[in-house]
Design a protein. Structure first.
Lengths: 420, 170
């Protein structure tokens, strides 16, 4: 199957604008700007069933249609903050296939009537941000961005904003705060960004991978897009595979591909003769799926799409599949995830800030073998107190691995607490 | 003064946003370019440029991990030890770097060249072990590393600094 998103793997040099043009580049943008009404683009994207690839899986066309026609200007903001542990897909898109990505951003701008779009790139991707800025300049020079696009009245300008190291800025309202020059702390909702977003104006926020699908949908239509994936999760997805596998990396596969194909066929299985013990399909924010002899085939045959992964008590999220072998105790795994969340909590609400402080204290103690069984209960209790009581989803995310670990891997905790 | 040193860059930054305040992060990067950290004077100047209180600017510096308000080594070597990298041996890698550099995490080599830091996921988990080097306002990735390759890089950085004080990372 030819790549739809990681097309640079089929076409060497695709990061060069001339090669991109020779391979159908900017045809979708020209088609939209010269022959389609913005509303028609929105309808096509709705019909494609494209769902946001940033984690929540919200239907993209539906999200766009929430922008009120009565308040202007509208903004498009691209979320290129990519900071979920285990996620490295947006980076490969921007490095290898930057023009398809930028064409997608421009299409989103056209669809919602935005003359300005911002691309918020995490600070650690500094070299990529420089590359994207150079690509934007090239597109302006050749008339694919700027004023009077393709001889019409349409103007679209894109700008890069560099983050500076904060996972929370991937949360869309924190991202907007950061872009407005404030500390990146989430906003209270409602109002939603679709109505009150960047600089108080209606704003669409989409992930890099989401937007990179748009040129294909606009050029070939919703039906062609739906040829891949499932009814409710159409299209292809980039799965970032990491951890204890032979061949970690990005794999572009139809949504609904079973875990077995990703981990064993593409990923080459578990190295060093070890056994697969656990999977975190949505990065550090996942509930941990336990894999053992009793459920191995059931887990392996589960399709990776937004509807099926919850049947294993987890989520697809950003499809950052972290594979864990039987050499790594699960009490250590949750110590690592809590180290992350405790560091990244923005501190705005008490349950998240204090809860993560206590969870860090407890997971550290448990992993050091200095805890008793009551500490594990206390940890579970703290996590339960955090869940559902926070301003943004980071608070909930921080509890996912912890609670599922305690429930599904009791023997790991009995071992370190001596079952006393 | 930043405005004297970088007039055209500052103008370009302001032109990017309809609201002045949005310029704060790019201006902070500019302030960090030469010394690798942001001085009190620079914070004050940025506050003045944006009509903000200096404490607000300091709050932003403190919020983001890539802004620094204290001097460190010329190169900040930032090793990822987050879960996916740790599953591939990142903790042991960091420990070996400490031994080889003769410093602990958070410390700087006596010659002021390298400050060793431990950071969260850098988006390169499939190429662990890895680190980034932050130098001024720039970042460079070094992936699929070994201790030997890292020590060679350190030597190369040491030489280039000795021959020209403003050598680039890459
Ligand atoms: C703590 C947190 C971190 C997030 N990080 C990212 C991120 O790095 N990239 C991203 O695209 N979405 C991230 N999201 C999701 C965004 O809030 C938002 O839903 C998404 O960018 C919408 O784009 P989409 O509909 O195209 O997926 C994060 C959400 C939360 C709560
Ligand atoms: S849940 Fe955590 S990260 Fe989110 S706003 Fe509250 S303190 Fe900040
Ligand atoms: S966990 Fe180290 S780069 Fe992602």
């Amino acid at each position: 199957m030819a790549y739809l998103l990681l097309r640079h793997r089929d076409i060497p040099g695709l990061e060069n604008i001339e090669i991109y043009k020779q391979n159908g580049g900017f045809r979708a943008l020209e088609k939209a700007v010269t022959t389609l009404q913005p509303k028609q683009v929105v309808e096509e994207v709705k019909a494609s069933g494209l769902r946001g690839r940033g984690g929540a899986g919200f239907p993209t066309g539906v999200k766009w249609s929430f922008l009120p026609d009565t308040i202007w200007p509208h903004y498009v903001v691209c979320n290129a903050d990519e900071s979920e542990p285990g996620t490295f897909k947006d980076r490969e898109i921007m490095e290898g296939n930057p023009y398809q990505f930028l064409e997608g951003v421009a299409l989103a701008c056209y669809a919602v009537g935005a003359a300005e779009g911002y691309i918020y790139i995490r600070g650690e991707y500094y070299p990529i941000a420089k590359q994207i800025e150079a690509c934007i300049a090239e597109m302006e020079k050749q008339g694919y961005l700027g004023d009077s696009l393709f001889g019409t009245q349409t103007s679209i300008r894109l700008k890069v904003h560099l983050g500076a190291g904060a996972y929370i800025c991937g949360e869309e309202t924190a991202l907007l705060e950061s872009l407005e020059g404030k500390r990146g702390q989430p906003r209270l909702r409602p109002p939603f960004p679709a109505v009150v977003g960047l600089y108080g104006k209606p704003t669409v926020i989409n992930n890099v991978e989401t937007l990179t699908n748009l040129p294909f949908i606009v050029e070939h239509g919703a039906a062609a897009f739906r040829e891949f994936g499932t009814e409710k999760s159409p299209g292809v997805k980039i799965f970032s595979l990491s951890g204890n596998v032979e061949r970690p990396g990005n794999y572009e596969l139809p949504l609904g591909t079973p875990f077995r194909e990703l981990i064993f066929t593409h990923g080459g299985g578990i190295p060093n003769g070890r056994k697969l013990r656990a999977i975190m399909p949505a990065g550090a924010s996942s509930s941990i799926i336990r894999v053992d002899d009793s459920n191995f085939d059931r887990v392996m045959d589960t399709p990776m799409d937004y509807e099926s992964v919850p049947s294993l008590g987890s989520m697809l999220g950003s499809a950052s599949v972290i594979v864990i072998d039987d050499a790594h105790p699960i009490d250590w795994v949750i110590k690592k995830t809590i180290d992350f969340f405790q560091h990244e909590s923005c501190g705005k609400c008490t349950p998240c800030r204090d809860g993560n402080y206590w969870m860090k204290h407890l997971t550290t103690r448990i992993h050091a073998g200095k805890a008793i069984a009551a500490d594990v209960k206390l940890l579970d209790n703290v996590a339960a107190q955090v869940y559902g009581k926070c301003l943004c989803a980071l608070g909930d995310f921080s509890t996912m691995a912890v609670r599922s670990a305690i429930e599904r891997f009791p023997e790991d905790f009995e071992k370190v607490t001596g079952n006393s | 003064m930043l405005t004297e040193k970088y007039p055209s860059e500052i103008q370009a930054i302001f032109a990017k946003y309809p609201v002045k305040r949005s310029a704060v992060m790019p201006l902070l990067y500019l302030a960090q370019r030469e010394e690798g950290y942001i001085t009190k004077e620079n914070m004050q100047e940025i506050a003045n440029l944006l009509d903000l209180d200096v404490t607000e600017v300091a709050g932003i510096v403190g919020f983001y991990t890539m802004f620094h308000d204290e001097k460190a080594g010329k190169y900040r070597m930032q090793v990822c030890t987050d879960l996916p990298c740790a599953l591939r041996g990142a903790d042991a890698f960091l420990e070996a770097l400490c031994d080889n550099l003769g410093i602990r995490v958070g410390e700087t080599t006596p010659d002021g060249l390298i400050t060793l830091e431990e950071v969260k996921c850098l988006g390169g988990c499939h190429r662990a072990p890895l680190f980034q080097i932050q130098e001024g306002d720039m970042v460079a990735f070094h992936e699929n590393m070994t201790v030997e390759k890292t020590m060679e890089l350190v030597e190369a950085l040491r030489k280039s600094v000795n021959s020209s004080p403003r050598a680039a990372t890459a």
